[in-house]
Design a protein around this ligand. Structure first.
Ligand SMILES: *Cc1c(COP(=O)(O)O)cnc(C)c1O
Length: 234
């Protein structure tokens, strides 16, 4: 199945090549687009194979599963260079394990969540935060509206244990390239206007296995890839 060692390693090498090629093709700086390996539902062994291929950034959607993996790798390996990103929907009663274990959170979409993550962060290093935006046409209701992004950004910027790094979105899954591109360009424009207030912002998390190319053309700096690395989820 998808746990074949060589296939995960080969997939990662191939995706990294596709990213480098797209950077050149669209006039992006080389190495400006990072690969986040989305390992939700995949076993430890699959992550070990990705690590063997040099992968360091991992994205998880489910709190309990993600924390178990983080603790496993910190106990059984000395993988202090691994970076753990929480990318799933956040319930307010689950913020503590996120704040205590993850390095990044992509899915902050309301003030209450930002405040709790700040209050519950115990590490010396601030939690790196992206605001999840509901781009127009998106079927899911997660993500904040465009108008509310600036108020949420101001709060996050004022909280000492959070560092605002940029925006994230999950546009509707459409096969049409121009439609993909238009949704991503909307988010990129919003990110540009946010940057005029918060110049330190450097991250635009957009693009998945099915729309990575359009995301890179529109300015993504972090593509979140699951299926194309680890195979379909059961
Ligand atoms: C599952 C997931 C991904 C990865 O999707 P693929 O289509 O498997 O590449 C990316 N981002 C988020 C938020 C996800 O939940």
């Amino acid at each position: 199945m998808c746990s074949d060692k060589n296939s995960i390693q080969q997939n990662i090498e191939q995706i990294n090549q596709q990213i480098r090629t797209a950077e050149q093709q669209y006039g992006r700086h080389s190495n400006s687009v990072h690969l986040l390996a989305v390992s939700k539902t995949k076993p430890i062994a699959a992550l070990e194979q990705a690590i063997a291929a040099g992968q360091k950034r991992f994205g998880e959607n489910y709190v309990q599963e993600g924390v178990e993996k983080i603790q496993y790798f910190s106990q059984h390996y000395n993988h202090s260079d691994l970076e753990w990103h929480f990318i799933g929907p956040i319930q307010s009663n689950k913020t503590r394990p996120i704040a205590e274990n993850f390095d990044w959170v992509h899915s902050v979409d309301r003030e209450k969540i930002a405040q709790r993550l700040n209050d519950q962060r115990t590490n010396d290093k601030p939690l790196q935060v992206l605001i999840q935006v509901n781009t127009s046409g998106e079927s899911s209701k997660s993500g904040t509206d465009h108008e509310q992004v600036f108020a949420l950004a101001k709060l996050i910027n004022d909280l000492p244990n959070l560092t605002l790094r940029g925006l994230m979105s999950i546009p509707e899954n459409v096969p049409d390239y121009p439609a993909q591109l238009a949704a991503f360009q909307q988010l990129a424009e919003l990110n540009d206007s946010l940057k005029t207030h918060y110049p330190q912002i450097d991250t635009l998390s957009m693009g998945m296995s099915g729309d990575m190319q359009a995301a890179i053309e529109a300015g993504s700096t972090m593509v979140r890839i699951g299926t194309a690395i680890f195979g379909a989820r059961g």
